[in-house]
Design a protein around this ligand. Structure first.
Ligand SMILES: Cc1cc2nc3c(=O)[nH]c(=O)nc-3n(C[C@H](O)[C@H](O)[C@H](O)COP(=O)(O)OP(=O)(O)OC[C@H]3O[C@@H](n4cnc5c(N)ncnc54)[C@H](O)[C@@H]3O)c2cc1C
Length: 470
C-alpha cells in the first residue's frame, strides 16, 4: 500500500497530514498474549481496552493494508448510539429488560468515546449534535411516530429522542419537503480517519504493537491434545505465525478472505461523496449549526454530515451486492450510484446545485445473515470475534472492544451479560442464492421508497424486504 492509494480511499484519509507513515510488517514468528486480526475501530478499541485494563499484556494488532484502510477510514462519521435492528431486535435477542439495557449501553457509548478522545487528545472533530432524521413523506412520518411510541413505552425519554414538528426540523436542517422529524440525541459527528489513526497511536503509546502490510490467512483454534500441553491459538499470516492465548477476528467485511469464513459476513457497499467547502451564505440557508448528522427515513439508507472544514459529506446504500461476496476497488470510486447520491443531495438542498464534488468513494459494510451484530469468545479454541455491525459500527465497535477486553481478562462486568454477547449468526447461503436474495431485497427497498415518495401508503413491499434480508 502506498500513500497515494491510501489517500484515494476517502476524503477522510486524503485529509491526513503528510506524509502518512506506514508501520513495518510482521518480522517472522512471534508469541503474544492477544493477537488481533484487523486494524480498524474494532481491533483498536479491543487493543486499547485490553491495555487499559492490564498494561502488562502483550497485544499485537495485525493489519493487512494500513490502519484505517477499511470502513473505519471511509465511513459517514456518524458516531451514533444505535445498533442495527435497534430496540426491537435487542428485545428479541434477550427479552425486554436485557434489550433495554443493551439499547442504553449502545447510547452511552457515544459519551464514552467522547470521554476517551478528550482524555487521549485524539482530534477527530467529535461534536455531539445528535442525528436529525427528517420525515419527508407521510409514511416516513408514520414510521417515526410509531417508533417514538415504542421508545417511550420502553422508558426512553426526550433526553434520548424527541419529536420535531416541520418548523423545528427545518430550523435544524432546511431540506425540501420536510413534514417533521426526530432528534436522536446520542450521536456525534466525527472525522473517521482521524479517529482510527489517532486511536492507533494511543494503542502504541500504551505498549501495543501494530504491524501493517501483513495478511492473516487463517485463524487456527487451540487444540486440547488431552496431554499436559495444550497447543495455543494461532493467526497464520504471510509473514509468520502468531501464537497467542486469544486470537480476535476484527476483519468485518473482509472476513470472507479468512480460511473457512467465506459465508460468515457479506460485504455490502455504501458509497459517499463530498462537496467542496461551502461558504457561509450556503450554511446560513442549510443550517446544521450544531453539527447535527442528518438523514431522512427512507429505507435505502442515506446519511450526511457537516465536516470539520464545512463541506457536506453524504452517502447512501444501493450499490449492488457483487456475486461471490466480491469487493471491487473500481466500484468504490466511480459508480452510477455516486451520481444518484449527488442527485439526492441536490434534491434535499437545491442551493447545492452546481457545487463541486471533490471526492467520490465507498467501502464495504459487514452484514451477518440475521443482521445482528455480535461479540464473543470460545474459550476452548481461544478464538474471539466482534462485528457484523451492518452500517452502524462507529460507536458500537467501542462497546465491542470493551466487551471483548472483559471477556478476555475474565472481568465480571455488566457488559459481558449484554444479549449480543456470544450470539452466533448462521452462515449465508451459497451462491447464487445470496446474490439473488440480497439484490432482490435491494431493488424492493428502492421501489418501496419510490412508492412512498410518490405519496402512496407505507409500502407492503417492505414486509417482503424484511423476510428476504432477515
Ligand atoms: C461508506 C461507509 C459509510 C459508513 N458510515 C457509517 C456511519 O456513519 N456510522 C456508523 O456507525 N457506521 C458506518 N459505517 C460502518 C462502519 O464504518 C463500520 O461498521 C466500522 O468501521 C467497522 O470497523 P471494523 O474495525 O470492524 O472494520 P474495518 O474498519 O473494515 O477494519 C477491518 C480491518 O481489517 C483489515 N483486514 C481485513 N482482512 C484482513 C486480514 N486477512 N489480515 C489482516 N488484516 C485484515 C482491513 O484492511 C481493515 O483495516 C460505514 C461504512 C462504510 C463503508
Amino acid at each position: 500500500m502506498d500513500e497515494a492509494t491510501l489517500r484515494s480511499k476517502s476524503l477522510w484519509l486524503d485529509q491526513l497530514d503528510e506524509p502518512i507513515e506506514f508501520r513495518a510488517p510482521l518480522d517472522g514468528d512471534i508469541d503474544v498474549d492477544v493477537a488481533i486480526a484487523g486494524g480498524g475501530y474494532t481491533g483498536l478499541w479491543t487493543a486499547y481496552s485490553l491495555l487499559k485494563s492490564d498494561p502488562a499484556l502483550r497485544v499485537l494488532v495485525i493489519e493487512r493494508e494500513a490502519v484505517g484502510f477499511g470502513a473505519s477510514g471511509r465511513n459517514g462519521g456518524w458516531c451514533v448510539g444505535e445498533m442495527a435492528g435497534e430496540l426491537e431486535r435487542a428485545i428479541d435477542l434477550g427479552g425486554r429488560d436485557a434489550g433495554i439495557r443493551m439499547t442504553r449501553a449502545v447510547m452511552d457509548t457515544v459519551d464514552e468515546i467522547g470521554r476517551v478522545v478528550a482524555a487521549e487528545k485524539i482530534g477527530c472533530g467529535f461534536a455531539k449534535g445528535g442525528v436529525i432524521r427528517l420525515a419527508r413523506s407521510a409514511p416516513q412520518l408514520e414510521r417515526q411516530t410509531e417508533w417514538l411510541k415504542d421508545m417511550r413505552a420502553h422508558g426512553f425519554t426526550d433526553d434520548d429522542v424527541r419529536a420535531l414538528d416541520a418548523a423545528e426540523a427545518t430550523a435544524r436542517v432546511a431540506a425540501t419537503g420536510v413534514l417533521g422529524g426526530v432528534h436522536f440525541v446520542h450521536a456525534s459527528r466525527i472525522q473517521p480517519a482521524h479517529l482510527v489513526r489517532g486511536l492507533a497511536e494511543v494503542v502504541e503509546r500504551l505498549g501495543g504493537v501494530i504491524v501493517e502490510g501483513t495478511a492473516v490467512t487463517e485463524l487456527v483454534p487451540a487444540t486440547d491434545t488431552n496431554a499436559a500441553v495444550k497447543s495455543r491459538a494461532k493467526a497464520l499470516t504471510d509473514r509468520g505465525t502468531v501464537t497467542a492465548d486469544v486470537v480476535v477476528r476484527a476483519t468485518e467485511a473482509y472476513t470472507r478472505d479468512l480460511s473457512g469464513e467465506r459465508r460468515t459476513l457479506v460485504p455490502l457497499y455504501s458509497l459517499m461523496v463530498a462537496t467542496e467547502p461551502l461558504p457561509d451564505y450556503v450554511w446560513d440557508e442549510i443550517g446544521l449549526r450544531e453539527m447535527e448528522t442528518f438523514a431522512d427515513d427512507r429505507r435505502m439508507v442515506i446519511y450526511g454530515q457537516r465536516t470539520t472544514d464545512d463541506r457536506i459529506a453524504f452517502g447512501g446504500r444501493g450499490a449492488p451486492y457483487r456475486f461471490g461476496s466480491g469487493i471491487d476497488a473500481a466500484t468504490e470510486q466511480a459508480h452510477e450510484v455516486h451520481e444518484r447520491i449527488v442527485g439526492t443531495l441536490v434534491e434535499l438542498f437545491p442551493a447545492l446545485e452546481g457545487v463541486a464534488i471533490t471526492h467520490n468513494w465507498g467501502g464495504v459494510l459487514g452484514v451477518p445473515r440475521d443482521w445482528q451484530p455480535s461479540v464473543g469468545i470460545d474459550r476452548t479454541s481461544g478464538l474471539a470475534w466482534a462485528g457484523g455491525y451492518v452500517g452502524e459500527g462507529v460507536a458500537i465497535s467501542n462497546l465491542a472492544g470493551r466487551t471483548l477486553a472483559d471477556l478476555i481478562t475474565g472481568a465480571d462486568s455488566d457488559l459481558v451479560s449484554l444479549p449480543w454477547v456470544q450470539h452466533q449468526s448462521r452462515k449465508w447461503e451459497p451462491e447464487p442464492l445470496r446474490w439473488a436474495g440480497i439484490n432482490a431485497a435491494r431493488s424492493l427497498a428502492a421501489k418501496a421508497d419510490a412508492q412512498e415518495a410518490a405519496g402512496k401508503k407505507p409500502s407492503r413491499l417492505t414486509g417482503l424486504v424484511d423476510r428476504l434480508i432477515h
